[in-house]
Ligand binder design. Structure first.
Ligand SMILES: Cc1ncc(COP(=O)(O)O)c(C=O)c1O
Length: 418
């Protein structure tokens, strides 16, 4: 029967008759409704850092629901789990006196950061600073600002006029950022948004020195540096906020996904003290922004339990230990005639980009490979119709990484063999 569920990022004409029903999950494995198991090579959508089926998170969630299911935090309302989580995140954030604004996901966090950046300048008497710069290949979610900032062209197409004060620069060349700033005028720019490792735009680790140089250029021009760590945070590339390994100290950091390992939807923005103080030290100045479920106590309880696990098992450290083995499991594919590039080595994110001629000659071949790989027991994703990407739970073992590499190669070969 045709589904009534409208899937995101889907061509419903193609999937409406055959949804792939996931029934349960445990550790690094998911199971379909026939009981067939698959290695969750993508940790869901880059979020399940702690792995599936953690009773500790489930119990914390249930206990909180029994006590206080939900209550809002607008105005002076608050609750203990939200307070505890904000304090804990503030202590972990690589910023002085960080304050934490909660949302319900990454896209909302990006929009929150963009609005806070603009408001920050307005409150500081520079209301013309509205322009936002982002990078080509970047993904910042599908809300209003995030859609406008998208460096993946297709994600902006067809929606009519978007934010006009948005500019994209080369993803790997800090001089291009400098040139754009000179063109636009630093006095008109509110912020620069950058994913530490570009995720959905093709799993692209930064060129050595790029992020540091970009942050320095922003600082020189007084432009707020916003790290979009929605994917990179909570261990995925090591560290808590996805920027520590480069020694970055952003003005704002967006996060989501791994903060709860996806057990419940949570996102947020960490704002450095010097940004937050503009609002926090100004009585009578309302910030008219915030989603209903900001500071949701049950979601916060899930996040706290998840952080306990990430900390206790040092999963951020584990991601760094395993980044090389993950890349090495895929590197043999670099010699494969169907493959243009293999990327990875910075955190548990890796990608296999298919050869351009092959893609041009065989429309939809990447999707067929994804399916063939799934039929062999491994979940991978296709990005941009050209790239197979993996980002497994941080609890994956080296043996399982071996299985991942082997299964990926087998699926690719099966499609090529016709
Ligand atoms: C870097 C980045 N920013 C923002 C988002 C949007 O997050 P959400 O899908 O939770 O709105 C994503 C989602 O993948 C992301 O990767």
């Amino acid at each position: 029967m045709e589904t009534r569920l409208w899937h995101p990022f889907a061509n419903m004409a193609e999937v409406k008759d055959k949804p792939f029903l996931v029934d349960r999950a445990e550790g690094v494995w998911i199971y379909d409704t026939d009981g067939t198991r698959y290695l969750d090579g993508t940790a869901g959508l880059w979020y399940c850092n702690a792995g599936h089926g953690r009773a500790e998170i489930v119990d914390a969630t249930a206990a909180q629901m029994r006590r206080l299911d939900s209550y809002f935090t607008f105005g002076d309302f608050s609750n203990e789990p939200a307070e505890r989580l904000a304090t804990r995140l503030s202590e972990l954030a690589p910023m002085e006196q960080a304050r934490i604004f909660f949302t319900t996901g990454g896209g909302e966090s990006v929009d929150t950061a963009a609005k806070l950046a603009r408001l920050y300048w307005a409150r500081r008497g520079e209301p013309q600073r509205v322009h936002i710069v982002s990078r080509r290949h970047s993904y910042h979610g599908t809300n209003g600002f995030g859609t406008s900032l998208a460096g993946i062209e297709v994600n902006r197409d067809g929606f009519g006029p978007l934010l006009s004060d948005a500019t994209r620069v080369a993803h790997d060349d800090a001089e291009d950022l400098r040139a754009a700033i000179e063109r636009i005028g630093a006095e008109n720019i509110a912020a620069f948004f950058a994913e530490p490792v570009i995720g959905a735009g093709g799993a692209r680790p930064p060129e050595p020195g790029y992020l540091e140089a970009a942050a320095k250029i922003c600082a020189e021009h007084g432009i707020l540096f916003v790290a979009d760590s929605v994917i990179c945070g909570f261990g995925r590339v090591g560290g808590w906020f996805g920027v520590e390994r480069w020694g970055l100290r952003p003005d704002l950091i967006t996060f989501a996904k791994g903060v709860t390992s996806g057990y419940l939807p949570l996102g947020g923005v960490a704002a450095a003290g010097h940004v937050a103080d503009v609002f926090w030290e100004a009585p009578g100045s309302l910030v008219a922004h915030g989603p209903t479920y900001s500071g949701h106590p049950t979601v916060a309880a899930a996040a706290l339990a998840n952080l306990d696990i990430l900390e206790r098992e040092d999963l951020p450290g584990r991601a760094v230990e395993l980044e090389r083995p993950l890349l090495e499991a895929l590197l043999p594919l670099r010699e494969h005639p169907a493959v243009a590039d293999v990327r990875g080595g910075v955190g548990l994110i890796a990608a296999v980009e298919l050869d351009g001629e092959l893609l041009a000659e065989h429309k939809g071949i990447a999707a067929r490979m994804q399916l063939a790989i799934r039929e062999r027991g491994l979940i991978v994703r296709v990005l941009g119709g050209s790239t197979l990407v993996v980002s497994p739970p941080l609890i994956i073992t080296e043996d399982e990484i071996g299985v991942l590499g082997k299964t990926m190669a087998e699926g690719i070969d099966a499609v090529l063999a016709g």
